[in-house]
Design a protein around this ligand. Structure first.
Ligand code: SAH
Length: 505
């Protein structure tokens, strides 16, 4: 295969990044914006040793999954990956991604529950961070093109409330009239870096955060008046100062320009106050469903001690606080911890304690103190849990662990690490919180194998009369083997085969 070669092939798979895959000359060719079942004329743009990249010249036979994109920014803007296929096919791709992550990467064998999709795949995001730049001397905002820092102008993203676009445009128009320059990341010049807008869907309260290179409150006061007059739903406007040459959006210092710097939402019946620095789920209706599923997995009886690690503004733990004895939340961002404490008070919750610390370090301290939680919920960022957190949680030996994650690959890795500590990944429930994008959320139930209820055996492969390969040995096969070799009728077991990965049932 050569660069610029034109091939005709059928798309037979879709990667986790949303790229179509076809095979040609024994090589996998990755082709963006294609759909499973497309037959296309493809131009090869890059050839590596074992695979190649192509772009579509012409679709010859369109996939039945195809739909016409309704967004003028797609596919130039890097936000969406699935605007060209139906939502049902997108959900199937996401389910497969999760299944592959847990079975192939994690070598796990949980029960996979069907994905919970969104009622609406349009305008579901409650948060936007528009980068600001300049084109032909005029300030513009938009979204970064895929894998680049080039801004595609256009603020009306179909994933966001329409009002966000009007607010962002009001800011850029004000900048133009008042000669306020956008930040230029190459030269380090200019002032306004990002327009960050967040809405609390319950009452529609909006926060606007202007991220600036240096403190310039005097330049922004009149803009605050303009914005609050035009958009009465804006409850607070803050200025965040980020002087660094960095990709990290928020700086350390935030100054209130209007209101108290927070907006309030209702989530799972609780009053939730959120600061700009605090993490908040971007799709509130789906987050509520996700939290309810986590609660269902917990099977609460009323006397539990529950630890909520990576708790953000405390939302998950607080949603269950009235049904348990004690809640301990741990979060590293101080403003989020402040929100969590305030949120407990606002919702008259008196059995909650929040600690501002690294999850692993706090869990280790709690373990040393002799805290014995019944349930630990972990909801880490995309990179997953630190191994210190997994070690410390295992030491506390909770009966149940609930792993919530927006990255199936690291979730599978972390569940596999918990399996090495004597836990079993029982159930995996995919949740789509991010329609049209490649992202997907998962909630998993892990439970402890109790020493008095399980045995650990070393399987001799040649003694096993398996119908499938070792990695696919069924529960019944292992159960028969255990019974035959030990005389014990076991319901739960871990088995090891030589150096191969341990597996749990
Ligand atoms: N459970 C919350 C937040 C989940 S997002 C919710 O559903 O809203 C992950 C959270 O982990 C973020 O709030 C982030 O600030 C926090 N975090 C990241 N690294 C951490 C660490 N090492 N220790 C504790 N919290 C951390």
């Amino acid at each position: 295969m050569k660069k610029n070669q034109i091939i005709t092939a059928e798309i037979t798979d879709i990667t986790n990044e949303g790229n179509g895959v076809c095979r040609f000359d024994g090589m996998a060719v990755f082709v963006p914006e294609t759909a499973l079942g497309d037959t296309a004329e493809i131009k090869i743009v890059k050839v590596l040793k074992n695979y190649a990249f192509g772009i579509v010249n012409k679709i010859i036979i369109p996939s039945p999954d195809r739909i016409v994109s309704d967004c003028p920014l797609f596919p130039k803007c890097g936000g969406c990956s699935f605007r060209h296929i139906s939502y049902e096919s997108e959900l199937k791709i996401k389910e497969k991604f999760i299944f592959d992550s847990f079975t192939r990467l994690g070598k796990l064998n949980p029960q996979f529950l069907p994905i919970t999709g969104c009622d609406s795949s349009d305008r579901y995001r409650n948060k936007a961070q528009y980068p600001v730049s300049q084109i032909n001397g005029e300030p513009i905002c938009g979204f970064f093109a895929k894998r680049s820092h080039r801004i595609i102008p256009g603020s009306d993203c179909r994933l966001l409330p329409e009002v966000f676009s009007h607010i962002a445009q009001t800011v850029t128009e004000y900048m133009k009239t008042n000669h306020i320059l956008p930040y230029n990341e190459t030269e380090g010049s200019g002032l306004i870096r990002h327009i960050y807008i967040r809405q609390a869907p319950a009452a529609g309260e909006i926060m606007v955060c202007l991220i600036v290179k240096r403190s310039c409150a005097d330049k922004l006061h009149e803009l605050c008046t303009v914005l609050s007059k035009k958009f009465p739903e804006i409850k607070t406007i803050v200025m965040n100062v980020n002087p660094d040459n960095t990709n990290v959006i928020l700086g350390k210092k935030t100054i209130n320009l209007l209101g108290n710097g927070k907006i309030t939402d209702i989530l799972c019946g609780n009053n939730i106050s959120i600061a700009p620095e605090a993490f908040y789920q971007i799709n509130s209706p789906q987050a509520e469903r996700l939290y309810r599923k986590a609660e269902e997995f917990c099977q609460l009886k009323g006397n539990e001690t529950l630890i909520d690690l990576y708790c953000g503004a405390g939302t998950i733990g607080l949603s269950m606080a009235s049904k348990i004895k004690k809640l301990i939340g741990v979060e590293i961002i101080p403003q989020a911890v402040e929100n969590a404490k305030e949120n407990a008070v606002r919702s008259s919750i008196h059995n909650a304690e929040f600690i501002c610390a690294d999850a692993g370090q706090a869990a280790a301290k709690l373990a040393l103190k002799g805290i014995k939680p019944d349930i630990v919920i972990l909801d880490p960022p995309r990179k997953g849990c630190d191994s210190s957190a997994i070690d410390a949680v295992s030491k506390m030996s909770p009966d149940k662990i609930i792993m919530i994650s927006c990255n199936p690959a690291t979730a599978a890795r972390d569940c596999a690490l918990f399996e090495q500590k004597g836990y079993v990944t029982r159930k995996v429930q995919p949740f789509d919180l991010f329609p049209r994008t490649v992202h997907v959320e998962t909630v998993c139930l892990l439970s402890k194998l109790h020493a008095d209820q399980h045995i650990e055996i070393e399987l001799q492969m040649d003694e096993l009369d398996l119908t499938a390969t070792e990695s696919k040995a069924t529960y019944e096969e292992i159960k028969d083997y255990v019974l035959e070799h030990t005389g014990i009728e076991s319901q739960q077991f871990i088995y090891r085969t030589g150096k191969r990965k341990m597996r749990n049932y």
